[in-house]
Design a protein around this ligand. Structure first.
Ligand SMILES: C[S@@+](CC[C@H](N)C(=O)[O-])C[C@H]1O[C@@H](n2cnc3c(N)ncnc32)[C@H](O)[C@@H]1O
Length: 251
């Protein structure tokens, strides 16, 4: 993993838990959503994955664990988190009471058909072994179970010096990966078409961000992480990237 990604997904992830823990429990979920962000996106996924109370949900590339905790709160599912960065694993354990396995989504330490459903949010573009992320979810979800994906997709070429460590698939490449993983698209939604983020959520996320900037703003890790997320914001803003929510099932 590159220095910038390590900064964002490991160092700053752990700092986020430190700051959220000091602010209080109502900040944990917005603080812990790093990439998938919006409650509307999570609601759409929960609804279209048809999650039911008690379902075991794999979150592959769970980061600090906010999305999984949101699903547990909203639908009483039982999440299991997998995340390769040890700082993020510690952060998720600190803020939430769900099992966290430190490992890669491309080689899951679970038997076949272990989970009722799985999701992977904002993860695909951060890794090279993209097909394995999907085939491992397909393998570990029970037959007929659904897989949710938030993928940032590139609609035109991105200059080589912008986010050089990300691997944004084109729509065609994403369709090919889904097909090669033996999956098909059941539902799809572009995140820009979802309802806006509620004020209360934004205020909490902003408070966490301000506290992080105050405490760690002078560090290189913070600046690298900010630069990285700022670039993604710009590419989403000018339409180079879109955020695509997908519900996948075995073909
Ligand atoms: C943009 S963050 C999203 C985190 C979380 N899903 C969320 O929405 O808040 C991308 C995450 O993917 C993780 N990641 C990178 N490579 C991975 C891999 N091979 N397997 C699983 N997760 C990976 C990163 O460590 C990081 O936590």
């Amino acid at each position: 993993m590159s220095e910038a990604m390590e900064a964002e997904f490991d160092t700053v992830a752990e700092w986020t838990a430190t700051v959220a823990a000091a602010l209080g429990p109502q900040y944990y979920v917005p603080a812990g959503c790093r990439g998938s962000g919006s409650p509307a996106a999570l609601d759409w996924l929960i609804e279209n994955l048809r999650l039911r109370p008690g379902d075991e949900l794999l979150d592959s590339g769970a980061g600090v664990g906010g999305p999984a905790a949101y699903a547990a709160q909203e639908r009483s599912v039982r999440p299991v988190l997998v995340e390769p960065e040890t700082g993020a694993c510690r952060a998720a354990r600190r803020l939430f009471d769900h099992p966290v396995l430190c490992g890669s989504g491309s080689a899951l330490p679970f038997g076949d058909a272990t989970f009722d459903a799985a999701w992977s949010l904002g993860v695909l573009c951060t890794m090279t072994d993209q097909l394995a992320l999907l085939t491992e979810q397909r393998r570990t979800v029970r037959p007929g179970g659904r897989i949710g994906l938030l993928a940032f997709v590139a609609h035109r070429a991105i200059p080589a010096d912008v986010l050089p460590d990300n691997h944004f698939p084109t729509p065609q490449r994403l369709a090919g990966l889904i097909r090669d993983a033996g999956l098909r698209v059941e539902e799809q939604m572009t995140t820009a078409d979802l309802p806006p983020i509620p004020d209360e959520w934004s205020e909490r996320a902003d408070t966490v961000e301000e506290a992080l900037a105050k405490r760690y703003g002078h560090t290189e890790a913070w600046q690298l992480a900010e630069q990285q997320s700022g670039e993604i914001g710009k590419l989403l803003g000018d339409g180079t990237l879109t955020g695509e929510l997908l519900i996948l099932r075995g073909a």
